[in-house]
Ligand binder design. Structure first.
Ligand code: ATP
Length: 352
């Protein structure tokens, strides 16, 4: 493993920021730490960086226990959301700074700076000053600076968090390509599910200082380990029902539960993602729920429809493909029927 954290605990006063966190990051992986604000992502990154000492547990880099090593000795690269570049230095000087401090010879520094500026596609901007760059360009300079001394590990804390949505989307793609070119082990903190899924090889979902689940984006999305992960990953509809002998019962619905885990009989939350609900204008054979269309929002490839289900007194979101929407031709006020194609079920005693 490139980085391993073992049973790491960290408290700030009475507040438990990290609760027995264990993490393995293989060499060359791009890993996202994903979770809501306050879930401990930054604290974990800082413990790995050596900027924070854990109360107990250990951090390993390759074969070495680096728990007691200073941040400087670990020699990892960092980029933070508001990574202040030196304002009085040009782009090239900013990238060169760490190399000069390490005593690199001038010719080597110049060669490396040219390589890095080419890598981050800023080869013509070396003589500019940070104030003359866009936010996205500044973060690319910060990345070049972090990569300059060929760190074995790169730690990124919401590096694109302060940028607008379009630039952020571009930089995600760019980071993914950069990582393909220079596959340094990278740990990336974000609270944005889309960002984590688009960029990362593997995602670690954190909540209240604990790791809730680790897996590829597909594993985590398709097989969420618990109700928190399900709730956190995009919008969902939730019903309160119960589990009985391997079926989820919601009103007149008797639904097959997914088979990747087992379930105890008793109260349950039944989740359906908006694109996994089907909508029809006539009741078919299924025990479909009668509902009234309250809102239709055709937004390109997907039309989001909001319906009220009288039987349960709840509103549901249904996502229709453009083709399905064209077929149904529904509008506000129409009577429709909804039925789930697929559900995810979790016992109700799970505290969210
Ligand atoms: P965010 O996305 O908001 O940065 P996060 O998941 O990165 O959240 P952390 O920054 O790790 O979360 O913080 C976890 C908790 O620990 C928070 O409640 C925070 O207030 C607390 N905390 C972090 N650093 C300190 C500190 N130095 N002193 C006291 N409390 C701290």
């Amino acid at each position: 493993m490139s980085i391993t954290a073992r049973s790491v605990n960290k408290k700030f006063g009475n507040y438990t920021a990290l609760d027995n966190v264990t993490l393995d990051v293989p060499e060359g992986e791009l890993l996202a730490l994903l979770g809501p604000s306050g879930s401990g992502k930054t604290t974990l990154l800082r413990v790995i960086a050596g900027l924070e000492t854990p109360d107990s547990g250990s951090v390993h880099h390759l074969e070495d226990d680096v728990t007691r090593h200073s941040a400087k000795d670990r020699n990892f690269g960092f980029v933070f959301q508001h990574y202040a570049l030196f304002r009085h230095m040009s782009v090239a000087e900013n990238v060169a700074f760490g190399l000069r401090v390490r005593g690199w010879a001038s010719a080597d520094v110049n060669k490396r700076v040219s390589e890095l500026l080419a890598l981050v596609r800023l080869e013509n901007l070396g003589s500019r000053y940070p104030a003359q760059l866009s936010g996205g360009q500044r973060q690319r300079v910060a990345l070049a600076r972090a990569l300059a001394a060929r760190p074995r590990v790169l730690l990124l804390d919401e590096p694109f968090g302060a940028l607008d949505a379009r630039v952020r989307a571009e930089l995600r793609q760019w980071l993914r390509n950069l990582h393909n070119e220079v596959p340094v082990t990278t740990i990336f903190v974000t609270h944005d599910q889309e960002e984590a899924f688009e960029v990362a090889d593997r995602v670690v979902v954190m909540h209240r200082g604990k790791v809730e689940q680790a897996g590829t984006p597909e594993e985590v999305f398709e097989h969420p380990a618990n109700a928190f992960v399900m709730d956190f990953l995009g919008q969902v509809n939730v019903f309160h029902g119960r589990i009985h002998d391997g079926k989820a019962i919601v009103g007149r619905w008797e639904l097959d539960v997914p088979e990747y885990r087992s379930y105890a009989n008793g109260p349950a939350r039944v989740y359906v993602r908006p694109h996994e609900l089907d909508l029809t204008t006539h009741a078919n054979g299924d025990p479909a729920l009668a509902a009234l269309v309250s809102h239709v929002n055709p937004a390109g490839a997907i039309t989001r429809v909001r319906v009220s289900v009288k039987e349960f007194g709840i509103d549901l979101n249904v996502d229709l493909t453009a083709a399905r929407y064209a077929e149904l031709r529904i509008k506000k006020g129409d009577n429709v029927y909804v039925s789930p194609r697929r559900v995810r079920v979790f016992e109700s005693d799970y505290a969210i």
